[in-house]
Ligand binder design. Structure first.
Ligand code: ADQ
Length: 448
């Protein structure tokens, strides 16, 4: 089988495997176990200047090929254009986007540098799979280097309606860049329709035909096992004891403004204010490790959340009960899986989300005989695969409160039926199916 070259902004640390690995490494596990793979991208290190030499480490059949980013490139490419401009735009939040020509130039420069470093390493029959919004121009930059390999692209985040996207300065350039790929994958049919319309408007009607939705999944069976194993861990037992029979609501997110955390806290406050029977009977644990702390909006969000936590606990706590427990430290995945299994409610309310794998992980973590209820934002890509969830508009705190009340008081038979409706797709359309569907489209593409 020919080699697969995965290009992503961050390359995982070769030492982090198995239960500790997260994100893309889990999603790609099937491909990584079946064929020779080169994983190419940023090392996660920042130095004086972006490295001219690629560092290579080979573990088994996987080669990790990385570059360090220079301080200026990190600031303009990563923090600036990728995180402060593209991220909000793609999540429909044009008003939060901060554009500067320096950032934009840095973004293009790093994509060029990555392509120039990768091109000489490619074999003629490699399949190249580029991931996410940091690397829109990578395919076009590789083509400019003379690369004729199959090039696929997958966008992990939403693609907004054209009227939003074209508000971004130089948006059309990115669409022309995308046309260099043989397959352009997105998470949902809505994203696909939006991207097709944008490509057509940019005069790239041919490329519009190469857009398809490939909803990403999780490795559900392994997550269930992780959750089961966690039940006998000391951390789980300690946590269970601390709840003293109170129902648990759990939220697990990166600390990001797309995840709707202030709105969620507000909704929980409404539950305590309006449905008084739950007072002293429920505990909400929110785990939200700090991410992108060097972007101003993320620092502001952190302060806002600190205030919310103080307000809710201040207003509703009893001497022997704190309604909201909030952690900005990371919790290890194997421990988190157990917390999810213990939770009567999984609360997932992003304002926009490409997919949201936490929602699927919550379903996989449940005990099928006594499952909890998923309360899910209608604006998460995962909605299409989770028909048993209670859907909410995250901007309406009363709707969140009502859904929480419904979940907390739901009879076991309904909980089970709803969970089964969600479990079908979570277990069937997993990471492996996603990976295979994308690669078979890409590898079939040039053979046709
Ligand atoms: P994220 O925005 O990071 O991902 P999400 O899909 O919810 O969002 O999570 C990805 C992974 O990170 C999951 O395995 C999850 O368990 C883990 N994670 C999230 N919060 C965590 C926490 N507090 N502690 C430990 N682990 C945590 C982007 C897009 C999503 C898309 C994914 C995959 O924004 O829309 O679903 O990529 O394509």
């Amino acid at each position: 089988m020919n080699r697969l070259v995965v290009v992503a902004n961050r390359v995982p640390n070769p030492r982090e495997r198995g239960a500790t690995a997260g994100g893309l490494a889990v999603a790609l596990k099937d491909a990584l176990s079946r064929r020779e793979v080169m994983w190419f991208g940023w090392s996660g290190q920042v130095g004086e200047a972006t490295s001219a030499e690629v560092a290579e480490v080979t573990v088994g059949r996987i080669t990790y090929a990385t570059l360090d980013l220079g301080r200026e490139d990190y600031r303009h490419f990563y923090t600036g254009f990728s995180n402060a401009c593209l991220w909000p735009t793609l999540h429909y939040r044009l008003g939060l986007a901060v554009f500067s020509r320096e950032d934009h130039a840095g973004y293009r420069r790093v994509n060029q540098a990555f392509a120039a470093a990768l091109a000489p390493m490619l074999r003629p029959d490699d399949t190249v799979w580029v991931h996410d919004f940091h690397l829109f121009p990578m395919g076009a930059a590789l083509r400019a280097q003379g690369c004729r390999q199959r090039l696929g692209f997958f966008l992990h985040v939403p693609f907004p309606p054209h009227a939003v996207f074209c508000g971004l300065p130089r948006a059309e350039e990115l669409l022309v860049d995308l046309a260099a790929y043989d397959v352009i994958g997105v998470q949902t049919e809505d994203d696909a329709a939006n991207l097709r319309a944008a490509l057509a408007a940019a005069g790239e009607a041919d490329a519009a035909a190469r857009v398809a939705a490939f909803p990403i999944g999780i490795e559900a069976e392994s997550f269930t096992q992780l959750a089961e194993k966690a039940m006998v861990k000391r951390e789980t037992e300690r946590f269970r004891q601390s709840l003293v029979d109170r129902a648990l609501i759990i939220g697990v997110d990166r600390l990001d403004y797309t995840k709707g955390l202030p709105q969620r806290f507000c909704g929980y406050g409404q539950l305590l204010a309006r449905f008084k029977a739950h007072r002293s009977k429920v505990t909400y644990l929110q785990v939200a490790p700090v991410s992108r702390g060097d972007v101003a909006q993320y620092r502001a969000l952190r302060r806002e959340l600190d205030e919310w936590v103080g307000r809710i606990n201040g207003q509703h706590a009893e001497p022997d009960w704190a309604p909201l427990r909030y952690m900005t430290r990371a919790v290890a995945r194997p421990v988190l899986a157990g917390f999810m299994r213990m939770a009567r409610v999984g609360l997932v309310t992003p304002l926009r989300d490409g997919m949201n794998l936490v929602a699927k992980e919550y379903v996989a973590a449940q005990d099928p005989e006594d499952p909890g209820v998923l309360v899910l934002s209608r604006f998460a890509g995962a909605v299409a695969q989770l028909p048993g969830a209670l859907l909410v508009n995250p901007l309406d705190p009363d709707e969140i409160a009502e859904a929480l009340d419904q979940a907390l008081t739901m009879r076991p038979a309904e909980r089970k039926a709803r969970w089964e409706d969600c479990a079908v797709s979570v277990f069937r359309d997993g990471a492996r199916a996603w990976c295979r569907a994308f690669l078979s489209r890409l590898e079939g593409a040039n053979d046709a």
